[in-house]
Design a protein around this ligand. Structure first.
Ligand SMILES: [Zn+2]
Length: 125
């Protein structure tokens, strides 16, 4: 019984090593082709009061646009730009495709314009 248990353990160790090796290779490949980018934690902001788990790497992430349902990919390079250059908090993530983001932006601008016009009218009266 003991020896079969050891064999099983050996088998599992080998499988774990194989998995680790594959992950290392995937990481190396991703870093080389830009689908994985190392996170610069010093540049990341968070809106959370509690402890935050920062990711170690940005990886290309697929998501479904919440407005039109289109399948999109949020690239590692876009994530880096969002979190580290545009000041996006680590709790935020992409929810809309490019087109819907554009529409949403116009909608917000339009709402602001109408709001400002309303204020202007009140002043005139
Ligand atoms: Zn969309």
């Amino acid at each position: 019984v003991k020896s079969s248990k050891n064999k099983r353990q050996q088998f599992m160790d080998r499988a774990a090593k194989k998995k680790q090796k594959r992950e290392d290779e995937d990481l190396a490949t991703g870093l080389a082709n830009g689908s994985i980018i190392k996170v610069d934690r010093s540049k990341i902001t968070s809106c959370s009061w509690g402890p935050v788990t920062f990711p170690e790497y940005y990886k290309d992430k697929s998501f479904t646009c919440k407005d039109c349902g289109s399948k999109e990919v949020w690239l590692a390079s876009q994530q880096k730009r969002w979190y580290e250059e545009q000041g996006g908090e680590i709790e935020t993530k992409a929810v809309r495709c490019r087109d819907c983001r554009h529409i949403e932006k116009q909608r917000k601008n339009e709402a602001r314009r109408i709001h400002l016009e309303g204020i202007q009218k009140k002043k005139e009266n």
